[in-house]
Design a protein around this ligand. Structure first.
Ligand code: KIV
Length: 280
């Protein structure tokens, strides 16, 4: 499968063909997603909670994103890769954002960067776009700033909030964003944004009216039992299978039934003879 271009993604929107995105954090997750035909891999800063064990995405550093971004690009098998800019890396100034963004693109080989925020981030989108970096906006529930949003709650339930989201979507498109992710946004508001824009709109907890969908790799495969939001559907239940496999391994080692001769390297008769009394 050849890598999707931004133009092709826009055509898919026009034709009503859904875009499928999943997060990936390393070579194995990228390879599995690529093998399954997932269109776009997102190296989300959900890395912080899903892989690194932090309480939120806030502590994630640029170095950590680069470390994992490089691995995903190596395993992506030609898929389009989007890399999250972590909290603090695009908040100071346009110049600082550009320095960080250029470093992240140059060192990882990712295809695009994603940043969170409403119309206040349009200068950052413009600065990155001027340097030729494709930018994905992320609006709605923005995990880097949940405190200011009043916790993990659905966005766009009031006329005022809906207006702010719709206006932000237009402003971000106008500033040159190639795509938007809408997280935990009331279905009708997300559908309205999708209909009023010409860039692909990818939802997560934003209903079925978007141009595509993104889910976190470990959540959609049932590898994570500590996160059960309403919008999450588990498409496999791998955690019990993984635990059962590890338990079987531990039991076999403890009983002495593993490794058996089929999984070992015994000497052949000639090699044994040549060893003489050196071995039993
Ligand atoms: O960090 C992430 O995984 C994300 C998705 C949830 C959209 O931003």
């Amino acid at each position: 499968m050849s890598k999707l271009t931004i133009k092709k993604m826009q055509e898919m929107k026009k034709n009503g063909d859904k875009l499928v995105m999943a997060t990936a954090y390393d070579v194995p997750t990228a390879r599995l997603a690529a093998a399954a035909g997932i269109d776009i891999l997102l190296v989300g800063d959900s890395l912080g909670q899903v892989v690194l064990g932090y309480d939120s995405t806030v502590p994630v550093t640029i170095d950590e994103m680069i470390h994992h971004g490089k691995a995903v690009v190596r395993g992506a098998e030609g898929r389009f890769v989007i890399l999250d800019m972590p909290y603090g890396s695009y908040h100071i100034s346009d110049e600082d954002t550009l320095r960080n963004g250029l470093r992240m693109i140059k060192e990882t080989g990712a295809d695009a960067l994603k940043i969170e925020g409403l119309r206040e981030i349009t200068p950052r989108v413009r600065a990155l776009r001027r340097a030729g970096i494709p930018i994905v906006g992320h609006i709605g529930l923005t995990p880097q700033t949940t405190t200011i949003l009043g916790g993990h709650r659905v966005q766009g339930r009031s006329r005022q909030e809906a207006t702010r989201l719709i206006e932000a979507a237009h402003a971000l498109e106008e500033a040159g964003a190639m795509m938007l992710v809408l997280e935990c946004v009331a279905t009708e508001v997300a559908t309205t944004i999708t209909e009023q824009t010409s860039i692909p709109i990818i939802g997560i907890g934003a209903g079925n009216g978007c141009d595509g969908q993104v889910l976190v790799f470990h959540d959609l495969l049932g590898l994570n039992d500590s996160f059960q939001p309403v919008f999450l559907q588990k498409f496999a239940d791998l955690r019990p299978a993984a635990i059962a496999g590890l338990e079987a391994y531990a039991a076999a080692v403890r009983q002495g039934s593993f490794p058996d001769t089929d999984h070992s390297f015994p000497l052949n008769a000639e090699e044994r003879k040549a060893m003489g009394p050196l071995i039993k």
